[in-house]
Write a protein that binds this ligand. Structure first.
Ligand SMILES: [Zn+2]
Length: 77
């Protein structure tokens, strides 16, 4: 299971740390808002065109947060 921690948000980017307890490694995932691009510092991401598991997990995390915000707005628990 990957764990996503939101680090910070700047005018141009959002940064996250994704940790994998099995690998005992942390990866930095960054979303560049100006380019609308995700990037990660793991090997997979530098070798492949497709998103690595860290980016996919971060997108899932973002979608979940969005859904929670919307639910709050609508008064749904
Ligand atoms: Zn990665």
């Amino acid at each position: 299971m990957l764990k996503v921690i939101f680090d910070y948000e700047s005018a141009r980017a959002k940064a996250y740390t994704v940790s994998n307890p099995e690998e005992k490694k942390n990866h930095s995932v960054i979303y560049r808002m100006d380019k609308q691009k995700w990037s990660c510092d793991c090997k997979w991401n530098t070798l492949k065109e497709t998103y690595c598991s860290h980016i996919k997990e971060t997108i899932k995390y973002e979608n979940k947060k969005k859904a929670e915000r919307l639910a709050k707005k609508l008064g749904i628990k």
